[in-house]
Ligand binder design. Sequence first.
Ligand SMILES: [Zn+2]
Length: 215
Amino acid sequence: MSGQSEKEARVALADAYRRVVDLGLTELSSGNLSMRLGDGMLISPAGADRDNISEDRLVLVDRDGRWENGLKPSSEWQLHAQVYRSNPRTSAVVHTHSDNCVAVACHCRDLPPFHYLVGVFGGDNVPCVPYSTFGSDTLAKDVADALETHYACLMANHGMTACGPTLDIAISLAHRLEILCRQYLLAHRMGEPRHLSSEDIAAFKERAGPTGYGR
Ligand SMILES: [Zn+2]
């Protein structure tokens, strides 16, 4: 993604935003997407939605957190910026309020290893970071800390954030987490489902290899 021109990046990010809506992960203006661009990032604007998103409405935020006059970046821009600062391998960040992620996150609990694909996110679970006000430094730091060791986290009483080396992978992980949360809630109707062991998850990762089966 590093060799991408700003024009190409704008086309890719606007298209990615529409894809996240079409997957049912974002409704109204509740989600936001970004990609690393040079020393800064390109991010969806405050108030973005499926109808008004376009290449020229994306906001370029520099490494010092400044942007040109005009549209404001998403109110969660600091969360995105903090993830890029903390994790040099991350090139794309997706934040959504997708239904099933919100449902699990509202219980302020990690998604446990009830299914082997939970291992896709890098650990034995998908952590849920504590609640803080949207747009706050505390929320940005908590999410960035969680994403240093995992490709996604839940956000208590709020939603989820996923990251990856490309927009496609970050979106796929956001979609995967929504599916797994849906399946967890379904399984939970019969009580807490059986959890796999750390050894089970490690064996899955070994078999899947570094390319990350399931993404
Ligand atoms: Zn949010």
